[in-house]
Ligand binder design. Sequence first.
Ligand code: ZN
Length: 391
Amino acid sequence: MAILLCKFTDTENISSPPKSFFENLFVNRGTGGLNDYWSDSSQGNIDLNGSQVFDWKVSDQTLAEFLQDRPTRWDKIVTAISTFALDTSKYAGVVAIYNVNVKDGGNSGIGVLAGPVDWNVTFLGHETGHVFGLQHSFDQSTRLKETWSSPGEYYDMYDIMSAMNVYTGNHPQFGSYGPLLNAPNLERMSWLDPSRVWTQINPNNSSRTLDVVSLGHREIPGYQVIKIADLYIEFRTQDKWDIGINRPAILIHKMAGANSVIMASDKTYFINDWQPGQIYGPSDAEWMIHGGLRIYIDSFDLVNNKARISFSHRPDPVPPDGPNQPDWHIYERFLRDYTVVEREVSQLHKEIFNTTKEVFEARKELLQTRQELLTINTELSEIKGLVQKRK
Ligand SMILES: [Zn+2]
């Protein structure tokens, strides 16, 4: 990364931390800065080694001119890039540091804009996370953190990609830091060692007990993440980058597209961590009737930074399509009613047919009778003629 320290023509004399402060904040190891953070929270997959801090330089504008001419965040980052005539292709990202508040600190494209209030590992971890391609994390609630944010966005307080609403520690020079990056986000970045992940995508009719090592303690051998079906299970302990979390916790996440979603243990009170004795999954009754996956939080071993969980999958005792399914009864009743009506209609048809036949027969008889009457009438006329001749 290139870290560009910028002043304006009218803020040149405002006292600002020396270049060495930013080297400790961004580049040097063992300082509790951003390089340590990314090395640890990427599980050793990336670091900021090779990053360069470019010492304070004055741009050609006053602060007021800058704020007027540079409306977007990216515009503001570009000012720093052009002030240093930086070849950005040589860096994974650019952090534009201004020595006064330029508002709107945050990420845009490969850049991060940061004024004095933003010089902490939590904010910079989040924004550089965006530069690496990470997206915001969510919880299952419909709460809005900001008027412009989406329901649940920024409500995974255990994940750096919810920063603006996370548990943090406090560094004597750099201010707030942590928390770590959660398991699904690690996997999305390919920052999980597959040998440290226990996976069972299809837990059909199986059960098992497993230990999971604290995500912040990869020096301890064992599984760091347990993946069952679409769930990511991780253990977080109150130390190092996670010093600010309120208690040791099992976290359960799912991915929704590019965003992780933390599963609540109590949706009413927005509690998103899991403690020993709790069970994720269907209730006792639901589980007996429909089966499904249950995850039991068995115990925490805080001396060894491990947690024990179990899971049990019960297949749904009801076949997916069949006469025992609740909906089937509705269908079955409908089918029965339909059959009855159909039979009645058929009966009516037959009756109508028979009646028609009878009417037809009757008409035939009538015609015959008419013919006979006509014949009789003719005969009578003949007889009448004969009688008159005799007279
Ligand atoms: Zn963000």
